[in-house]
Every structure is written in structure tokens, then in C-alpha cells.
Design a protein around this ligand. Structure first.
Ligand SMILES: [Zn+2]
Length: 387
């Protein structure tokens, strides 16, 4: 028995208009102050205003969200008493909104206690809306929440299917003219979601087709969106690709590339997608060396190879590496600016946290501690993975 869970997804130009059709009286907007300054929050408040919905804005999400941030925003929610919670932004804002939607109604539950094993009994009268302003995290499509525990530098993967987003409004208007660095980081993250979900052991008939399409869309449109930030067609397709790949996150599972990025991100303040983009080719090489069949299958679907399994898996890894180089994404952790002394000093902890990360368990090939250490070192120095 398996489940396929999805919010109601409204996509394409003008999908933000649908916000006025969701019944609500009071809305809490959870966002990042940068989006207030860019005027993107105004696009949302104008809709709420026209629908006669009162609102308040919590614009304190900056960088990767912590347990404390959720507690603070939860307190705002309990005072304001919204019947609509809107996560507007990248994964951080949407994940914060998801966690706040739970702690708002369940103040008895510690934030890190939000898990699929904990019955939540949430009210259906409170609607959770996710509006992504980047094309990559896929946080709008699922229920998982990634939060940082400051004391241990760990990323906690929390969330409950009961806290699923009700409506995802996937409107490309938010991404037109997004800076290239953000387009690059988030676009490669979407690609990693699609590939890791496709090759992971929890892949299934429902997610497979979506992951093939998401991969194809990123290959077709990411470099165009990076080269011309105003290219509306590419922006729209990248936005859809990110949400498609995001459906993989909740319904299949990502893999070792995400374990590494979560663990590295707990130690170094580097955006998730940048770490993903660096680690992805090394992890895929490791998979191609020991578990090539699903990679090869994806390569066949994408028309990248007609050769044997090993050759096809290699063709896919090469296509990923070519795309990363073409869009000018860094190709080593050193290039990202992580100092070597600090990297080595924290390496034992990074290896340990990566091995414990839930994303590792569904990988088609699970590295042992020694292999994880070597993978991280290859990604640091930009050296090939020959094992
Ligand atoms: Zn990711």
C-alpha cells in the first residue's frame, strides 16, 4: 500500500488570482523581508484586500529557518488568529508556514515533535497556502519541513502528511527577473529532486512520469532562464518543473545528494541549492559506478543514450555536469568559499550527520562512512569519484 498526496495545484500565469476564491477572513503571510522590499508581497496583499480579507505580515524569515523562528511566528499566529496561513517565498518561508500551521493549533507540541507518527487532528477550517517565488525547492507541493537546530548544527526533517499544503499557487509572475544566482541554485535543486526521486528505492508508478518530465523541463529551460531572466516561457516551465519535482519529495524520496547538502548546510551558511548543485554530479557518479540501472532508465527516457546500461548512466551524469558548467554554477565546495581548515575540522560531524539523514536510507546505493567521507572530499576538491 502506498499513497500519492498532493495539494490542489493552481499553475500558470494569473494563478495568483485564485487566492481571492479561497474563503477566508484573516490571513497570516509568512515571508522574507526581501520580498516586502521587492514589492512581491504587495501582489498578494492586493488580492487579499480585493477579497476583503484582513491580513498581517510576518516577514522575519531570512536564510534557513530555525525551530525558534517557528515558535516566534506561531505566537504571532495565536495572537492574530488567522483562518488562512500563506507561505510566500522560497522553501524557507513555505516550510516555516507549514510548521506554523501546526504549532498554531497545537501549542502543546514542540516544533521538533511534528512527525508523521504524531496525530495532529488539525482543523479543516484553517487553510495553508504556499506561493513559491523561486523555481526549485518544491516545498509548495508537500508536507515536509526542513528546520535548523542551532545548537547541534543539524537540519531536522520534520512534518506530517496532516500538515499538507491545501493550495499551491504556482504563478511564474514571482520569478520573472529573479537574479541569476538564485535561478541557478534553485533550478539545480529541482533537477536533483527529480533525479534522486526517480532513482530512489521509494520511486513508484505515480512519481516516475512526473520526475521524467521535470528532468526534461529543467534540461530544456534552466539555461534559457539563466541567460535571459525575463524569458517568460522558460520561467513558467521552470516553475512547473519545480512543483512537479516537489511532488516527488513527499511521494517518493530524495537521496544522498540531499543528505550531504543538509549536513553541509548545518555547518556552513551556504544556500541549499548551491550545495546541491556542487554535490549532485559526484553523487551521481557514485550511483553510476555501483547502481546504474535507474539512471540508465532515465537517460533512455530522455533520449540521452541508446547504449548499454553503464554507458547510458554515464550519459545522464555527463548531461547534468554539462548543464551545471553551462550555467556557471560552482563545481566544488572550495569554489563555494568554504575554508579548507573549517571543512576538515568539521568533516567527522558532517559525515556523521549525512549518514543519519533520512534521505540516505532510500538511496539506490548507500555509502558507508568511508565512502561518504571520500564523496565529501571529492566534492570539496573537485576530484573524480572513482569508487
Ligand atoms: Zn532540495
Amino acid at each position: 500500500m502506498w499513497f500519492f498526496r498532493s495539494p490542489q495545484i493552481v499553475f500558470g500565469p494569473e494563478s495568483l488570482d485564485y487566492l481571492t476564491e479561497i474563503p477566508a477572513k484573516r490571513a497570516l503571510i509568512v515571508t522574507d523581508f526581501a520580498l516586502v522590499e521587492l514589492g512581491l508581497v504587495d501582489l498578494v496583499t492586493e488580492k487579499l484586500h480585493s477579497a476583503g480579507v484582513e491580513y498581517t505580515i510576518f516577514a522575519e524569515v531570512a536564510g534557513e529557518p530555525s525551530l525558534e523562528l517557528v515558535e516566534r511566528c506561531g505566537e504571532v499566529a495565536r495572537q492574530f488568529k488567522p483562518d488562512m496561513i500563506i507561505g510566500l517565498g522560497g522553501g524557507s518561508a513555505m516550510d516555516t508556514a507549514k510548521a506554523v500551521r501546526v504549532v498554531y493549533e497545537r501549542p502543546d507540541l514542540p516544533v521538533d515533535g511534528i512527525s508523521p507518527l504524531e496525530p495532529l487532528n488539525l482543523s479543516p477550517d484553517i487553510k495553508l497556502i504556499a506561493i513559491p517565488t523561486t523555481s526549485g525547492t518544491g516545498a509548495e507541493a508537500g508536507w515536509a519541513v526542513v528546520l535548523t537546530e542551532k545548537e547541534s548544527s543539524r537540519k531536522l526533517i520534520l512534518g506530517s502528511p496532516e500538515g499538507m499544503v491545501d493550495f499551491a499557487l504556482v504563478d511564474p509572475i514571482f520569478t520573472v527577473n529573479l537574479p541569476t544566482a538564485i535561478t541557478r541554485d534553485t533550478g539545480i535543486d529541482a533537477l536533483a529532486h527529480a533525479i534522486e526521486c526517480y532513482i530512489g528505492t521509494w520511486h513508484n508508478d505515480f512519481t516516475d512520469g512526473m520526475m521524467v518530465k521535470a528532468t526534461e523541463l529543467v534540461f530544456e529551460h534552466l539555461s534559457r532562464a539563466c541567460a535571459d531572466p525575463g524569458d517568460a516561457e522558460s520561467r513558467e516551465h521552470m516553475h512547473n518543473a519545480a512543483t512537479l519535482a516537489g511532488l516527488g519529495l513527499g511521494n517518493a524520496q530524495v537521496g544522498v545528494c540531499h543528505s550531504m547538502a543538509h549536513s553541509l548546510g548545518g555547518s556552513f551558511p551556504v544556500p541549499h541549492g548551491r550545495l546541491i548543485g556542487v554535490c549532485l554530479p559526484y553523487v551521481l557518479d557514485f550511483m553510476a559506478n555501483g547502481a546504474p540501472d535507474r539512471l540508465a532508465d532515465l537517460a533512455f527516457h530522455l533520449g540521452l543514450s541508446t547504449g548499454g546500461e553503464a554507458k547510458a548512466a554515464r550519459a545522464l551524469v555527463r548531461a547534468v555536469r554539462d548543464l551545471i558548467e553551462q550555467i556557471g554554477h560552482p563545481t566544488s565546495l572550495k569554489q563555494v568559499g568554504i575554508p579548507e581548515a573549517e571543512f576538515l575540522e568539521r568533516l567527522d560531524l558532517i559525515v556523521e550527520n549525512a549518514l543519519q539523514d533520512a534521505s540516505s536510507f532510500t538511496s539506490p546505493r548507500i555509502p558507508d562512512a568511508d565512502e561518504m567521507r571520500q564523496l565529501l572530499q571529492c566534492a570539496y576538491h573537485g576530484t573524480p569519484v572513482a569508487f
